[in-house]
Design a protein around this ligand. Sequence first.
Ligand SMILES: [Zn+2]
Ligand SMILES: [Zn+2]
Length: 331
Amino acid sequence: MAKLADRAMWVVGPLFIILAFVLIDMCVLAYYLVVFPYCHDWSLSEETSILGKLNMIFALLFTLYMVYCIHFHYYMAIKTHPGGMTKETMEATKAVDIETANNAQALLEYEEDAMYPKTCKKCHLPKPERAHHCSVCNACVLRFDHHCPWIHNCVGHFNHRYFVLFMTYMILSAIYFLVFGWEPFAASLDISGPEWPYYFPQPLMAFAYILSGCMGLALGGLCLWHYYLIITAQTTVEFYSNHYEKGIAKSQGEIFVNMYSFGYCENIRRFFNIGDKYPWYTVFYPVPIPPRGNGRQFEKCWEFYMLPESQQQGAILANQEIQDLENIKDL
Ligand SMILES: [Zn+2]
Ligand SMILES: [Zn+2]
């Protein structure tokens, strides 16, 4: 039954993407054909003040930037392979490794490959730490978070950043649309009122506005959740196991250490790959930026290395065990 559901989710994946594009672009059209002409004087007549003209140009540039960012990050989340252990991706990541290799990283890889070898029970390929087998894609995914049918892809190491930025731009745009579209929305509900002067159908404007509210709320919840995971350096799968491990540690009077957490600010910096090569403002650039590291080995915090070796081993084994649990999908 679960297999059938996975297969169905895989088959309808492209339809979800088409539906998402149609709904997003319908709201974009509603903005440019109704809300924008409602808020600004398109004609640029003599009566429009300089401030009014500047305001219109700013609104136009800002909204075009937001629309571009939404489409860019959505496209990248769909097209970017989250990272896997197929022969091709292993070769590709190896090539990147050689380029960026340093002694510390090489040592880390050597130690971890030797100490904690693991093979996926389903695809029989080496399974690195934080990787997880996705039953929909039927492959192991690096730093797996969850399978998302809206991008017909897994959210993993190489596309998590695009996924989070896509949600962020969607929410900000939805808020912008809800604030500036309130009056045109109220007018669109008044069917018996004066004639509707826009090229965009009146009922569709009402639908686009309500849809923006619903999308903003749903994505807002999911996005907040992902920011919580980012600042605490966990994936959705790891959150559940860490929660469980935390309970056990507490009952035994010990302190639970998330080995991948370096503190809130550092975790955000690491997730968005800010600092070493990319300055902070690159977060606002709609250009392809890879995540930090190769997705197969991860640096650990010093608190982890302070633990007795048996506890270090226990933590890594616990992390590997949860990789075998049923994977998480969202709708
Ligand atoms: Zn696998
Ligand atoms: Zn998947």
